[in-house]
Write a protein that binds this ligand. Structure first.
Ligand SMILES: CC(=O)N[C@H]1[C@@H](OP(=O)(O)OP(=O)(O)OC[C@H]2O[C@@H](n3ccc(=O)[nH]c3=O)[C@H](O)[C@@H]2O)O[C@H](CO)[C@@H](O)[C@@H]1O
Ligand SMILES: C=C(OP(=O)(O)O)C(=O)O
Length: 435
């Protein structure tokens, strides 16, 4: 278990280039399994989860070449499907959430897809019903080995159909789309997730020869095609990482510029930070955050306390709520944070309370934050990162705190943040990695 040691209280300044998006990378890298031709993907983030997925594809026999720092080519022309039945795959596949999205492409192209129950954050129950109900609707047979927690789908061929998803699951939609692109006939998927990363996946599939319409809406219509070809694809900047940098700037009273953020794909994110009083300026496609001694949470129009909650896109992403919560601890005013999607994601507030933050955990889904308006600082402490976003939130708290904090289990942060320590050092943070 590696550790970060952080001396808090230093201002940051300079420019940050956001990494490529983790959650898009996990989708589009799985899509390379749909064709025997070469696919080039650029702006791939160098983070644990993505590297693990690339490793799994390598074991599956995908030919992978690193063209330069963030660009890889993938060619799935001679796969080793036996790996899917190996003990090794049971371990490898369960180590991250994104591996679930190899099932749809494998089912579409080879008539079978297997996966151990995937890992990812321990942030509450994370069911996979939407994925498998979709595959079954397309004609696959399904089995689940309860003892080994191993899922399997098989089909001689898939047939297009109309389906209404039980929830707008992000990875579920991606998986079903990738299964349906080569099904016979037309598939319509209603209540589809439609966040920018899914739009990117659909655009990539279309450039491989798929026929997907409705991209960006919650009704996708897919005309099945027989075969898909190669393409080149560039991953968008990571909106959750961008939100994390905004939070860091506000909590440390710093001025930073976040470069090339693809503003039009950020949805409500800038507006939600503005609602808790943080000033940010759009400069071309950059975000400039000026130094602010104080930021004041807005109330609703009728004067009642602001609530910030998550919802499927175009709602506010659940992956930024922990960050909003920590930033609110030093705002002026109060806010209710309502994490609707995940049931165990707010427990990390205990650590913030130890550090002196004024937070009331109302229930597993809701926390009220009474901001301290930087009138007293958080106190440094020793903590352990429970999940990726709580981890980065504790790191933000430590950067603003008085004294030296220690964060254990930073592998959780490394799952989704590329070289976070060296990038923070470059803009003035005092942070050291201890292996
Ligand atoms: C690898 C990857 O891409 N992970 C992301 C993906 O996970 P993932 O695809 O696993 O998440 P889902 O979209 O399936 O669902 C997330 C949670 O929200 C609940 N839910 C979902 C839709 C809905 O309409 N109502 C509802 O309550 C689900 O039951 C689940 O508890 O999307 C999540 C939701 O944006 C993000 O937090 C994860 O970072
Ligand atoms: C919950 C997250 O990731 P995963 O779905 O990979 O666990 C996240 O990125 O915040």
């Amino acid at each position: 278990m590696a550790t970060f040691v952080i001396e808090g209280g230093h201002k940051l300044s300079g420019e940050i280039i956001p990494q490529g998006a983790k959650n898009e990378a996990l989708q589009v890298i799985c899509a390379v399994l749909l064709t025997a031709e070469k696919i080039t993907i650029s702006n791939i983030p160098d983070i644990r989860d993505v590297n693990k997925l690339i490793y799994i594809l390598g074991k599956l026999g995908v030919k992978i070449e690193k063209v330069n720092g963030d660009t890889y080519t993938f060619q799935s022309d001679d796969l080793n499907l036996k790996y899917l039945e190996s003990e090794q795959f049971k371990q490898d596949g369960s180590s991250l959430r994104g591996s679930i999205m190899i099932v749809g492409p494998l089912l579409a192209r080879f008539g079978k897809g297997y996966i151990p129950r995937p890992g990812g954050d321990k942030i509450g129950r994370r069911r996979l019903d939407t994925h498998f109900e979709g595959f079954i609707k397309l004609g696959a047979s399904f089995r689940y080995n309860k003892d080994e927690k191993f899922y399997g789908v098989e089909a001689d061929f898939l047939t297009g159909t109309d389906m209404l998803l039980d929830e707008a699951s992000v990875t579920g939609t991606a998986n079903i789309v990738m299964a349906a692109v080569m099904a016979k006939g037309k598939t319509s998927i209603y209540n589809a997730a439609c966040e920018p990363y899914l739009q990117q996946l659909c655009k990539m599939l279309n450039s491989m020869g798929a026929k997907i319409s409705g991209v960006g809406s919650n009704l996708l219509v897919i005309e099945g095609v027989e075969i898909l070809g190669g393409c080149e694809h560039r991953i968008l900047p990571d909106m959750v990482e961008i939100g994390s940098w905004i939070g860091m700037a506000a909590m440390t009273k710093s001025s930073i510029t976040i470069k090339n953020v693809s503003w039009n794909d950020l949805g409500l994110i800038p507006r939600v930070f503005q609602k808790i009083g943080i000033k940010l300026e759009r400069r071309g496609d950059d975000i400039f955050i000026p130094e602010q001694k104080s930021y004041e949470i807005q109330n609703f129009i009728d004067g009642s306390i602001l609530t910030i909650s998550d919802a499927p896109w175009p709602g506010f992403t659940p992956d930024l709520l922990s960050i909003i919560l920590v930033v609110a601890t030093q705002a002026k005013g109060s806010v209710l944070i309502h994490q609707k999607m995940f049931e165990s994601r707010l427990f990390f507030v205990d650590k913030l309370i130890d550090m002196g933050a004024k937070v009331i955990l109302c229930d597993p889904h809701r926390a009220t934050v009474i901001g301290m308006n930087h009138e007293s600082s958080l106190k440094a402490t020793v903590m352990t990162s429970p999940d990726i976003r709580a981890g980065i939130s504790l790191l933000i708290a430590a950067l603003s705190a008085k004294g030296t904090s220690t964060i254990h289990n930073i592998e959780q942060i490394d799952r989704g943040y590329q070289n976070i320590d060296t990038r923070l050092q470059a803009i003035g943070a005092k942070i050291t990695r201890v292996e």
